[in-house]
Ligand binder design. Structure first.
Ligand SMILES: [Zn+2]
Length: 219
């Protein structure tokens, strides 16, 4: 992830304060208790002072904080040299949705690619795989049609490792990486997020009842 420095986070806080009407005067350091801060800034300052002693350490751990201060957090994508079973189809125009899935199991993207090929498909059906450890892998290129949602091959498919019908909470690295990836996709395509089960004519529980769907939609 491209994370800001301590100095950049502080500057963003100061910019935020200046943008308020009337502007908030900011002295050296942030006082979380000051009622001159609006509720959003107060929450942010509270989070910074409460969770961390050093902002730099915090932002490394919590890209969420970067989003709060308005930084673009772009996840590092791990590229794979996939060999496809034929040519990928090109999507015509903008994708209508970003569709999130769960794997309903665990395992590396290589295994998914091999499995999807064994089904007679072109190869891994998703555009992105977000693993439990927070690593983000490219499946199909974004320009290509997906194979992850029936009747909606023109959507961008993001798959999360794990079975979220059984697994109650998403590990923090996976959640943060997923939020950063989806925030980046939403910024670029300006389309909403849907759970696989919400797509018409797709009869599935995917991405699982414990999947943090509201968080992914709201990022
Ligand atoms: Zn699915």
């Amino acid at each position: 992830m491209a994370l800001p420095t301590n100095q950049q986070v502080k500057r963003a806080m100061v910019d935020y304060a200046r943008r308020q009407r009337p502007p908030i005067k900011v002295g050296p350091g942030l006082n979380a208790g000051s009622n001159k801060w609006g509720p959003a800034a107060r929450t942010l300052a509270w989070r910074i002072t409460r969770r961390v002693k050093d902002v730099k350490t915090t932002t490394r751990k919590t890209p969420e904080l970067c989003r709060l201060v308005g930084f673009k957090v772009v996840p590092i994508i791990i590229e794979h040299d996939w060999k496809w079973n034929g040519s990928l189809g090109k999507r015509a125009g903008n994708p209508p949705f970003i569709v999130v899935h769960n794997q309903a199991g665990t395992g590396p993207p290589e295994a998914i690619h091999a499995y999807h090929k064994s089904l007679g498909w072109l190869g891994i059906a998703y555009h992105y795989v977000v693993r439990l450890d927070g690593s983000v892998h490219r499946g199909r290129p974004e320009w290509a049609m997906g194979g992850h949602t029936a009747h909606y091959g023109n959507t961008i498919g993001v798959m999360f490792e794990g079975n979220y019908d059984l697994r109650r909470t998403m590990p923090r690295p996976q959640r943060e990486a997923g939020l950063a990836l989806i925030a980046d996709l939403k910024r670029r395509y300006k389309v909403p997020v849907r759970g696989h089960r919400e797509m018409p004519l797709n009869y599935t529980s995917c991405p699982g009842k414990h999947f943090p769907l509201a968080a992914m939609k709201g990022v």
